[in-house]
Design a protein around this ligand. Structure first.
Ligand SMILES: [Zn+2]
Length: 96
């Protein structure tokens, strides 16, 4: 029987990294890491949902703490556009 809740805290999932990036405020990754994360996000709906959830929480947090330097809104905007990429990939798979 499949696990009802896949463990997002172990590879290949990137939830731990996402938490560091968002709540941890360490939005400083090199290009390779960003590429790997984007690649995983494109293929993994679970991590994508988790990321959007995390960023939503962060955005709400920032609204109440205006001194925060990280712009969750910018990050959220950046990653929401990944959905468009995913839609394109899925459309491609449907055709083949
Ligand atoms: Zn994942």
């Amino acid at each position: 029987m499949d696990k009802t809740h896949p463990d997002l805290l172990v590879p290949p999932h990137i939830l731990v990294a996402l938490i560091h990036l968002t709540i941890g405020g360490e939005w400083q990754t090199d290009y390779m890491e960003q590429e790997q994360m984007t690649t995983h996000l494109v293929t993994c709906q679970l991590c994508r949902s988790a990321l959007i959830g995390l960023l939503s929480i962060m955005q709400e947090y920032e609204r109440r703490n205006v001194s925060s330097e990280t712009s969750a809104h910018d990050i959220l905007t950046q990653f929401v556009t990944i959905d468009q990429k995913i839609a394109a990939v899925e459309a491609e798979q449907m055709r083949s």
